[in-house]
Design a binder for this molecule. Structure first.
Ligand SMILES: [Zn+2]
Length: 100
């Protein structure tokens, strides 16, 4: 397959119940399109949460991101993080321990 970002060639990267490829040019990692959710599945998953930091389903939904940030950036490190503006984004990261 071709990289959707730069159109470079890709190689197998990782496989579990799904398959991922890595671009040999820009190093982007992508899920193979045959594993993409349908529009209906996306909407169903999206509707499972809202951006309320008191909503446990939302905290669970976003936990892969907050956990990865916490693992890669210890509390003592300084780093920049670009956040898309979403109501509650800052509160979310404070509540999950990413910001102190
Ligand atoms: Zn690429």
């Amino acid at each position: 397959m071709r990289c959707p970002l730069c159109k470079g060639s890709t190689i197998d990267f990782y496989r579990d119940e799904r398959e991922f490829a890595r671009c040999t040019v820009c190093k982007a990692i992508m899920l193979l399109p045959r594993y993409f959710l349908t529009a209906e599945e996306e909407e169903k998953r999206y509707l499972l949460h809202n951006n309320n930091v008191e909503d446990l389903n939302y905290l669970h939904f976003i936990s892969p991101i907050t956990n990865a940030v916490q693992e890669d950036f210890p509390v003592t490190s300084t780093f920049g993080l670009w956040l898309w503006y979403r109501p509650g984004s800052f509160s979310l990261f404070k509540k999950t321990g990413v910001f102190h």
